[in-house]
Write a protein that binds this ligand. Structure first.
Ligand code: PLP
Length: 369
């Protein structure tokens, strides 16, 4: 491993491979696997992750917006890409770049049909999204006749899959609700198959769905967070490997006397003689102010040191009193210890928010192949 000389997000492609196989091995061999690479592959690097997943033989990729799909096509990714939340303003670009839209409402269906008509497309692959209880995006069960009616005598599109999204697949308390969502999805897909006259493939599970409801894998699953090393439960996390490690270096050490303060607004005042270290990353890099004031710890040579005072835009200060360290030494913000999940929990948030928030200012480096 090269020495850490500045703030970097290290992306471990071997960990990604491990997580992919771990998740895949829980599924039937014939179940297709979609890797979710939206939001820069959960804050890591969408192109590198997509290339690796393509190499591993993933069946589908998904992004949230058209722009993200275009970046993958520009990088030479050829795997089918589902765009989860496309906007009509980008439909022509979506078509030109061979991206496949989620069609989630009557308005979106009409707009997509017109875009296909304009570009003279035939049998363009689309994915119909149904709302089964998340109440975020999707057609309602009683829209089926409308969808059939709009598409029946038209050749512009071909419905290749029907899908839905679970609201609380990670939460055992919501098991009855999740089972109800799955039953509703089954009912919808049965009716769609009958009325359509052909059989699109079906998918409803995200990562926690794969873990907790494997019986509902249908023809494909969609995994994001699991690929990046988090299973939303301790037992599963132990079998996964975090893909991203945020590391930095100690820029400067300070000797603080009793009653002296550290940082903006003097948010930390010292109760004694302390040594603090200033690190070159802050809220502009994705470590928000909620992580300041002593609640959150980083790893200095194996010892956890608290982030003290207010997080600044470009710096944080940590208390390294009693830790044998010097300027230039490496500090792990999150990775194996603490994990992004543990780090996020100190501010009552989740790994998803922390890792997707690591800003583009942080250099990405790669480990593994
Ligand atoms: C983001 C997303 C996923 C991935 O969920 P994870 O919990 O990260 O596995 C799957 N499906 C849809 C529709 C999503 O928006």
């Amino acid at each position: 491993m090269p020495e850490t000389l500045e703030t970097v997000l290290e992306i471990d492609l071997n960990a990604l491979e491990h997580n992919y196989h771990f998740l895949r091995n829980r599924l039937k061999p014939e179940t297709k696997f979609l890797g979710v690479v939206k939001a820069f592959a959960y804050g890591s690097d969408a192109v590198a992750i997509a290339k690796k997943l393509e190499h591993l033989g993933v069946d589908y990729l998904a992004v949230a917006y058209v722009k993200e799909g275009v970046a993958l096509r520009d990088a030479g990714i050829q795997t089918p890409i589902l765009v989860l939340h496309p906007q009509p303003a980008n439909f022509e670009e979506l078509i030109k770049r061979c991206l496949e839209p989620s069609i989630y409402s009557p308005r979106i269906l009409r707009a997509f049909l017109s875009a296909c008509e304009k570009l003279n497309e035939k049998s363009y692959p689309v994915h119909i999204k149904f709302n089964t209880g998340l109440n975020r995006l999707g057609f309602w069960e009683n829209d089926i006749d409308y969808i059939i009616d709009q598409t029946q005598d038209r050749s512009e599109i071909k419905i290749v899959s029907v899908f839905s999204h679970l609201a609380a697949s990670e939460d055992p308390k919501e098991n009855p609700f999740t089972r109800q969502q799955i039953r509703t999805f089954e009912k919808i897909t049965k009716e769609v198959d009958e009325k359509l006259g052909y059989t699109p493939f079906k998918h409803v599970l995200n990562t926690s769905g794969i873990i907790n409801y494997p019986e509902a894998q249908f023809n494909m699953v969609r995994s994001g967070i699991g690929l990046y090393g988090f299973g939303n439960e301790k037992g599963i996390d132990a079998s996964l490997q975090p893909v991203a490690t945020l590391k930095t270096v100690i820029s400067q050490l300070h000797k603080i006397e009793p009653d002296e303060s550290v940082g903006y607004n003097r948010a930390f005042t010292s109760d004694g003689y302390r040594i603090t270290a200033t690190l070159p990353l802050g809220h502009a890099d994705g470590i928000g102010r909620q992580y300041g004031k002593g609640n959150t710890f980083v790893n200095v040579k194996g010892t956890l040191a608290p982030i003290i005072g207010n997080v600044c835009m470009d710096m944080i200060m940590i208390d390294v009193t009693g830790i044998d360290c010097k300027e230039g030494d490496e500090v792990i913000i999150f990775g194996k210890n603490p994990t992004a999940d543990e780090f996020a929990a100190t501010a009552n948030t989740i790994s998803y928010e922390l890792i997707t928030g690591i800003s583009q200012r942080v250099k990405r480096i790669f480990k593994g192949t």
